[in-house]
Design a protein around this ligand. Structure first.
Ligand code: ZN
Length: 42
């Protein structure tokens, strides 16, 4: 189970959203969290 499902959901939402819409920018904080998550997955 993910440590932080809410965060993962937000990341997933932003990633999907960014594919076809640029109405909101991904917050720098969220970007940093994505980096952290991707690092820990490898
Ligand atoms: Zn949008």
């Amino acid at each position: 189970m993910p440590k932080n499902p809410a965060l993962e959901q937000r990341i997933k939402w932003h990633k999907e959203h960014a594919k076809f819409c640029a109405c909101r920018e991904m917050p720098a904080k969220l970007k940093a969290e994505i980096k952290k998550l991707e690092k820990s997955k490898k």
